[in-house]
Design a protein around this ligand. Structure first.
Ligand code: ATP
Length: 936
């Protein structure tokens, strides 16, 4: 073994040197290449051909004429074949606002730094005056630096582009008579799309049919209130967009009702596509951390420039050759200025966002990743987030009898049993449930899970609800909204004489509209409310069903539909289970451990909400929507910490809850899915939208989208956010310690009258090649499981606190002390080039060892994560091999002004470099002991 090692100290033959160099490079790059992606340019749409003239006055045409003009079938839509043909002609339905950054521009951006330009200039000057070797090395180093930067930015860009793709709009459309959900990019003129409240319109279109359709067109027309839409043709040719009530436009949002739309224009041919001024998308501003690091880098740059120029003047004064001194000064500035820090934050955040997306949390803005780690309270919806959102009817109360229902989920197998003997005929209960229903359960279009569950109940009772909907044609609808908590549909019978109104909704809301019809008055009402409470106490969601019949002549289609919802006949109470998610209670427990409060905000009634909260381990006060309405903001803020469940809350009240929590100093994450949740999502520090059941409006307002709608994903995302921040701290600690160490070593040597410890080329080598890959791989460090045992980070705290900064300076000082001591001792016995090679190698080894210090700030670095980061180990091995190459390979020796070292030298350098780890471990131990002592 000894013999073998000894051979190292002999001159290394050229091919071995090349081989080693190659292997080292390969190892350094292997980490970066682990997540290799391929660049796929977006196909450019052929926009030369359009199907119909853009100036077509669609609002003047009848539905039939509009469909004919677009050669579309009014009920079946386009055929798939025809749609594909049209897509080739008009191109994808996409606004050409943001072009992808080209690879070349990404690469050239790496040279836009002043320091790099100075370096290139220095290389050119060096080559011009005959020092071709130094010039060449500088150019090579600059290019390797550019390549590494380019590769990381490319990865970051790619990650962000993938996220954007995940956020692409979907549209429900009908082709060949079938309804499907497709990417909105595939829409073509002539397609028929189906939209409902909360949807963002994916194209311009002519309304074919609608029910209480209202659209928020403020992004296009500036009109702040939603406008009511209708389907009849208009007469005036020159109507402004805001008044074209039978048209809808891309990027506007449906606030109420639903409709079928014939697409008239897509992509850049839409109204919004023509308004170039609206298309400029805001560039994402820097995150707080990026801003902090930017200003930090600038301050350190100032210090480094002062030190470098002082050294330069000092050396000139001593009569040293100005050219090599200038080189060293420039190299020192490059080594000491951490100008890459903000860029590293971008890359780390982007890669973190990519990882989080894989774990079902899509983050839209980088700053949100940072904020996530500071979250102190999560306000979450119940249905779908804490529960599975799979409803099953379990009991119902009908004609003073109690019924139980068996069977699971959306399977029609199951039985209905009556507690009081034989079952009555259930058709009077089931009919309104099936009519007042938008689910198409048999065609696998579940729609609202609650409504699908009601159809499953009808199936279990053997009712053919399809024939029912044919006999009772729907003429109008009041869609369900969380604000008024009911839904009503209006149907005329086959004779055309009778109008039947079917209503379902929250029991107290429906009963209020039934009181007159109940006849027996308050007593009957109280009995029904008791039944409701009994069912809800098991955590089940309860709805009441009612109906009314009147002569069709008494119905005015254009009138206020709510006016008909009086004197309803009460029919029954239905109770549905929606079990809590298995992982939710564990996730809540982890939040509590992490110092994060969880508050449930639900539209459900108090009794149901409390039962579910108990099951999930949420303890605290309950506040109902009507109580909250009576409180002023200060009173609400005063009691908000004690409240855990907000029941029967209207979506609008969520904004007040967020504001009250913020007033109490919380960093609030808030979930939402509906149109009315948008304001609260925007007000919260982290708005979280549901990817599956969430509306486009909610998704647009949110910072984070859960693709699985699961509460546990929020907890995981917070953990990731904390972990990403921790990794950035590691990076900053490592990088700054090197910067300060280099500055102190070079500055210290000058002050102590020692020879220059590093040449310019060596300094660049240390800073760019030896330092970069290990530092970057710290961003991939595994996340501590115990991150969720710490309290949330204070968002106002800076990444470089005084304690942290002094620790970094301390580590830098140790490096300088160790390197200069060896330099001073060796310079006395050996040749100067040997002493500088030893100093250079010691400093490089200091970096290798200091990586481990950077990984933990308080705890020992020898923990179970020690070997987990494979990329880091590859990078470190690469660094050591590179250093061996530079020291032993004759060609490299000439370039780097190095000399071969003996085994003894290596042992000495390694021992001195390792001392930084031992000393830092001791410091951590003592600090831990002191902390424990002070706490006692
Ligand atoms: P959470 O906030 O927990 O997710 P939610 O938002 O689902 O609850 P809402 O949708 O506002 O709550 O429902 C409030 C009440 O309205 C329910 O308790 C139920 O009684 C009634 N309800 C819910 N969905 C419908 C519907 N499709 N038709 C009629 N009534 C409904």
């Amino acid at each position: 073994m000894f013999e073998h090692i000894k051979t190292l100290s002999l001159a290394m033959p050229a091919p071995v040197g090349w081989l080693l160099l190659l292997v080292s490079f390969a190892l350094l790059l292997v980490g970066f290449l682990l997540g290799r992606y391929f660049y796929r340019p977006q196909p450019i749409a052929n926009k030369s051909a359009v199907l119909v003239p853009e100036s077509m006055p669609w609002h003047l045409l009848s539905i039939t004429h509009a469909s004919e003009a677009l050669k579309s079938h009014q009920t079946l839509g386009l055929t798939e074949l025809e749609a594909n043909k049209r897509l080739l002609m008009v191109g994808a339905n996409r606004l050409q606002t943001q072009r992808q950054k080209s690879l070349l521009s990404l690469f050239t951006a790496q040279f836009k730094s002043l320091l790099i330009l100075i370096l290139i200039l220095a290389a050119v000057v060096a080559a011009a005056i005959g020092d071709i070797k130094d010039g060449l090395v500088i150019v090579v180093v600059v290019f390797i630096n550019a390549f590494l930067g380019f590769y990381q930015e490319f990865q970051a860009e790619h990650s962000l582009a993938t996220l954007k793709k995940m956020l692409e709009l979907k549209a429900k459309l009908r082709r060949d008579g079938y309804v499907n959900q497709v990417a909105a990019e595939g829409l073509v003129p002539g397609d028929i799309i189906l939209v409902e409240a909360g949807d963002k319109l994916p194209a311009d279109g002519r309304i074919l049919t609608e029910h209480s359709l209202e659209v928020d067109e403020s992004s296009l027309t500036g009109e702040s209130l939603p406008v009511t839409k209708q389907s009849a043709p208009l007469e005036q040719v020159t109507l402004p967009l805001a008044e074209r009530s039978n048209m809808v436009y891309m990027n506007t949002t449906v606030t109420a009702g639903h409709a079928e739309i014939l697409v008239t224009a897509t992509g850049d041919h839409t109204e919004i596509g023509c308004l170039a001024r609206l298309l400029a998308q805001a560039e994402e501003s820097d995150t707080p951390l990026q801003q902090q690091l930017d200003s930090l880098a600038k301050r350190l740059a100032l210090v480094a420039l002062v030190v470098a120029s002082t050294l330069f003047s000092f050396a000139l004064f001593q009569g040293k050759p100005w050219m090599s001194t200038a080189f060293t000064a420039i190299a020192l500035a490059v080594a000491a200025i951490p100008e890459g820090l903000p860029a590293v934050v971008t890359v780390t955040l982007a890669l973190g966002m990519h990882r989080m997306a894989k774990q079902k949390a899509i983050i839209k803005r980088m700053a949100a990743v940072e904020t996530l780690g500071c979250t102190t309270v999560i306000c979450t919806d119940k249905t779908g987030t804490l529960t599975v959102n799979q409803m099953t009817v379990r009991q119902f109360y009908y004609q003073a009898k109690h019924y139980q229902v068996t069977g699971e989920g959306y399977q029609a197998q199951g039985e209905i049993q009556c507690s009081e003997g034989a079952c009555d005929d259930l058709s009077a209960l089931l009919q309104p449930l099936c009519l007042c229903n938008n689910s198409d359960w048999q065609n696998h279009s579940l729609g609202d899970p609650l409504e699908a569950a009601l159809l499953v109940l009808a199936e279990k009772a053997g009712m053919n609800y399809l024939s029912l909907t044919h006999n009772w044609l729907r003429v109008a609808e009041i869609p369900f909204a969380a604000s008024y908590k009911l839904m009503a549909t209006f149907h005329k019978d086959s004779t055309g004489h009778t109008l039947r109104i079917s209503v379902k909704g929250a029991p107290e809301v429906i009963l209020k509209r039934c009181v007159q019809a109940l006849g027996e008055s308050d007593f009957a009402c109280a009995r029904l409310l008791n039944e409701n409470t009994r069912m809800a106490a098991t955590g089940q969601r309860v709805i009441a069903v009612a109906q009314r019949e009147l002569a069709l002549n008494d119905y005015d289609a254009g009138g206020d539909l709510f006016a008909y919802l009086t004197d309803l006949t009460f029919v029954g109470l239905i109770s549905l289970i929606d079990p809590p998610r298995a992982e939710a209670s564990v996730a809540i427990k982890r939040c509590h451990q992490a110092g994060i409060a969880v508050k449930m905000i639900t539209g459900d009634q108090k009794v149901t909400a409390m039962a579910i909260a108990n099951e999930l381990g949420l303890q605290g006060d309950v506040l109902e929507g009507h109580e909250l309405a009576l409180m002023d903001d200060d009173t609400l803020a005063a009691c908000i910490n004690a409240v855990t469940v907000f029941a029967r809350t209207a979506p609008e009240q969520k904004v007040r809850i967020v504001n009250a929590l913020k007033q109490e100093g919380h960093i609030v994450a808030m979930t939402g899915d509906g149109v009315n949740d948008a304001a609260a999502l925007k007000t919260a520090d982290i708005g979280i939208a549901m990817g599956q059941i969430g509306t486009d409006v909610a998704k647009e307002a949110a910072e984070m989208i859960l693709t699985d709608d699961n509460f546990a994903t929020i907890t995981r995302a917070i953990q990731q956010g904390r972990g990403i921040y921790e990794n950035m701290v590691k990076f900053v600690r490592f990088q700054l310690a090197t910067n300060i160490g280099a500055m102190l070593t070079v500055g210290g040597a000058a002050i102590l009258g020692l020879p220059e410890p590093f040449t310019a080329v060596q300094l660049l080598w240390i800073n760019i090649i030896m330092d970069g890959p290990p530092a970057m791989s710290l961003a991939l460090d595994p996340q501590r499981e115990s991150t969720m045992n710490d309290a949330p980070r204070d968002p106002k705290s800076t990444i470089l606190s005084w304690t942290r900064f002094s620790n970094i300076c301390w580590l830098g000082t140790l490096m300088a002390l160790g390197t200069l001591t060896l330099l001073a001792i060796d310079a006395q016995h050996a040749k100067l080039s040997h002493a500088t090679t030893l100093a250079f190698t010691t400093f490089v080894l200091f970096q290798v060892v200091n990586v481990f210090n950077a990984r933990t700030e308080r705890h020992t670095t020898f923990n179970r994560y020690f070997f987990r980061n494979k990329t880091l180990w590859c990078a470190l091995l690469g660094v050591v091999l590179m250093q061996i190459t530079v020291v032993y390979w004759p060609e490299a020796q000439a370039l780097f002004h190095t000399q071969r070292l003996t085994l003894q030298d290596w042992c000495l350098a390694s021992a001195i470099a390792s001392s930084i780890l031992v000393i830092e471990e001791l410091r951590k131990q003592i600090a831990r002991g002191l902390r424990r002592h002070l706490r006692l």
